[in-house]
Design a protein around this ligand. Sequence first.
Ligand code: ASP
Length: 439
Amino acid sequence: MLKVVKFGGSSLASAEQFARVKAIVESDPDRKVVVVSAPGKRFKEDNKVTDLLYICHAHIKYNASFDDVFEDIAERYRQIAAGCGLKQDLEAEFAAMKQTMNKAASVDYIVSRGEYLNAKLMAEYLGYTFIDSKDWLFFNYDGKVDFEKSYATLHELFAHAKRAVIPGFYGSMADGDIKTFSRGGSDVSGAIAAAALEADAYENWTDVSGILMADPRIVENPRPIEQVTFSELRELSYMGADVLHEETVFPVRQKNIPLYIKNTNEPAARGTLILEDFETESEEDKKRFVTGITGRKHYSILTLTKARMNSEPGFIRHALKIVEKYGVIVEHITSSIDSFSMVVSTAKVESCLHDMTEELQTVLSPDRIKVDHGISLVAVVGRRMASNVGVSGRLFATLGACDINIRMIEQGADEINIIIGVQDRDFKKTIRVLYDSFT
Ligand code: ASP
């Protein structure tokens, strides 16, 4: 068996956290590949090393001295190394790093050093081989990962290493230049490593005990989700659940590798398992139709009304074309015989609303165009909703009983989600009452 385990920044923020990681890795001999982030925050007001490296880059760009910030970074690593009793020559690493940090150095190179150094320390601490991600994770010129070459290269490097620590977040271009993913990208590096090595599992260790059924800032102590499918996860993430970097899923899903979310600070907790499908549902999950509830605020609904719209061919197509011209993405569409509504992000539509509605009026001559701002979308997601009668009935009854006015309803044809539009002021209340009703 082979497990690829990725630890996030908060799991690696200090020597104490390093010790927890070591205990977790050593408790399972299958945990042969460890992917690390840069040290994150140790407490709320602390800085992430990656953020400090971005600040170094800004100083370099404006010809300001970055010595103080660099010293803060160096101190973080010195403390980890001392706390873990590591012997490698960090000062030589810092000197080499500082020498290359000049105007010619790219921002990607500079910020990648956070993961690089952390992986070097972790490799010594575990007695694993360090595999630099510049030597296996390759990007094409269009900025996309060259999966084939990356998979083949890591496969070969790992065959010699047997056990390895790999820095997350970056790889290299064909010319050898370092390139990073967007922020939070170590999740993606771990997923690519797991796919490359056809791992039996990809474990993503963080500081929460799995994906929660609802946002803990809205619902007090929400339950963790034990099992979630990739499709459900996509719905939940798109609608606001902040879980994994969105590019994480593709490599592991393609190779059908189980993805776990686990808590470094509570390793015994079950966490969340993400798979394509579940043959057997856990006892806990069987009791619930709903996997998770999430949502986003600040949408607008544009409604076009025109008598006999239903007999005017191409009306909706023309309307969508005009909206597309302004670069606005239509999130949802609902229609009745003589009216048609589009839900769009308020932020995206604000600057062009006047011109766009004027054009819709000129081209399509509707009887009326109405714009409602202040709409929230709430998504109720659950694979078991498809096979159960009465979920939507219960949902609407609950909202009605709580005096929440529903402005829009949409259910995907695969029946894994129901999306409802409510006023922004009812956003939190909607999530809370639905959570209470479905758990
Ligand atoms: N260290 C990087 C960041 O802070 C990448 C990561 O942690 O995944 O975004």
